[in-house]
Design a protein around this ligand. Structure first.
Ligand SMILES: N[C@@H](CCC(=O)N[C@@H](CS)C(=O)NCC(=O)O)C(=O)O
Length: 411
């Protein structure tokens, strides 16, 4: 076997972090002197071989130790900043600043819509869209409001799938049933008046007027809760009764910035200061909620409300996704004495579990948010997410002032 004369491998400390010296030399040797028998098909060069060739051409045998690492670090930092700024707009201190939704519902508009032509667009990884799926299911609006489920494509934008898989236990991505389009961006594009901004989920669509009704999740869940009782099978369920509206709003004001958006503020922070601030806000709020749940079954007392639905969709993603990918590392939900049982209490409400497609959630974050996980490796699901653990007794009934099952159980 011929040996490569280049001293690159021994002058190249970067390789020693990922590849043994012998293996690196072997790779390098193959690149410079490809030895093939006649019946072998040439293999395309691997990214590592390409990198080795470029490095060799640029610096040859005289690459000073450490230069490779510092060059790659500078290049990667710049590329990362650029990618992050496209993924997540930030303020001057590097803190994530979520763009406002463009299409809002005001109460006055509810009555003008023909509710029989509404259609809901969602994506399963998205916690905001998840809220709408839960309220739609609890209110018994599945027949009245058909849903089209998109999945994130390579570039993170929402796409429909022509051959949906057939998992029967949970919702799965599929076709665009209202407009037959390939992407959500195309659907937004055909709305009356046109639109070329961010194509986000959830989105409520008026199939008759061919227009976006709303793409703000909280507006949509309020509307599904109280604006469609003529169509709902479970019309007696009120997740935002007048008597609790003030309390619900108080919780929302705390939970939205610090928890729902708070996990994104951790994950999308572009400076250490912004991240530290977000983590403090997140965990001090979770501590406070956990404390409160030590004396109350749900956030506003004995009954489930919209505030609980909004908290739940963040909690159920917390340990498998946010704890790892968004660096929300101080604690897991599993470690909280009350939050963990509370999360499982809601998960066990009939119809909620089928809105939680964990595989889609994991892929939607780990395989799509490239700047946060460039290798796209999807970690193993925590053992707390096995059925026997999610369905284990939670004993939250004991926190009810009236010790009985909540109304949604009897639907
Ligand atoms: N404020 C919106 C946020 C919706 C949102 O950010 N959805 C994300 C998925 S989790 C999305 O569709 N992003 C696509 C994009 O920004 O292009 C809501 O609550 O409905």
């Amino acid at each position: 076997m011929m040996h490569c004369a280049s001293p690159l491998c021994s002058h190249f400390p970067a390789f020693s972090t990922t590849t043994s010296g012998a293996a690196a030399k072997a790779n390098h040797r193959c690149l410079v002197y490809p030895r093939m028998s006649l019946n072998q098909t040439p293999q395309p060069p691997t990214p590592k071989k390409i990198l080795t060739t470029i490095t060799n051409l640029l610096w040859g045998p005289s690459l000073p130790p450490g230069l490779f690492i510092s060059t790659v670090r500078t290049a990667w930092n710049s590329a990362w900043q650029l990618m992050m700024s496209q993924l997540a707009p930030s303020d001057s201190s590097g803190g994530y600043s979520r763009p406002a939704s463009k299409f809002r519902l005001s109460n006055s508009q509810y009555s003008r819509r023909n509710p029989t032509t509404l259609h809901l667009y969602v994506g399963l990884p998205c916690p905001w869209a998840h809220r709408t799926l839960i309220v739609r299911a609890l209110k018994g609006l599945e027949d009245a409001i058909p849903v089209s489920i998109a999945a994130p494509g390579q570039d993170g934008s929402w796409e429909f799938q022509s051959t949906p898989n057939t998992d029967k236990d949970v919702l799965v991505p599929g076709k665009d049933k209202a407009n037959g389009r390939k992407t959500l961006k195309e659907v937004y594009g055909i709305t009356r008046g046109g639109y070329s901004g961010r194509a986000t989920v959830p989105m409520l669509w008026d199939a008759e007027r061919k227009e976006v009704v709303c793409n703000e999740s909280y507006d949509i869940i309020e509307f599904l809760n109280s604006g469609l009782n003529g169509l709902a099978q479970n019309l007696d369920l009120d997740l935002s009764p007048n008597s609790l509206k003030e309390k619900i709003e108080e919780w929302n004001q705390v939970i939205y910035p610090n928890v729902n958006n708070g996990v994104y503020r951790c994950g999308f922070a572009q400076s250490q200061e912004a991240y530290d601030r977000a983590v403090d806000d997140l965990f001090s709020t979770l501590d406070k909620i956990d404390n409160h749940l030590g004396t109350s079954r749900f956030l506003c007392g004995d009954t489930l409300t919209l505030a609980d639905v909004c908290l739940f969709t963040t909690l159920i993603r917390f340990d498998p996704v946010y704890h790892v990918l968004f660096k929300c590392t101080k604690k897991k939900v599993l470690e909280y004495p009350n939050l963990h049982g509370y999360m499982r209490d809601i998960y066990q409400i009939p119809k909620v579990a089928e809105t939680c497609n964990f595989s889609a959630i994991m892929d939607g974050y780990y395989k799509v948010l490239f700047p946060l996980n460039p290798g796209s490796i999807r970690p193993t699901m925590p053992s707390g997410y096995e059925d026997e653990n999610l369905y284990a007794a939670h004993s939250r009934e004991s926190f009810s002032s009236v010790n009985k099952d909540i109304e949604v159980y009897v639907s």
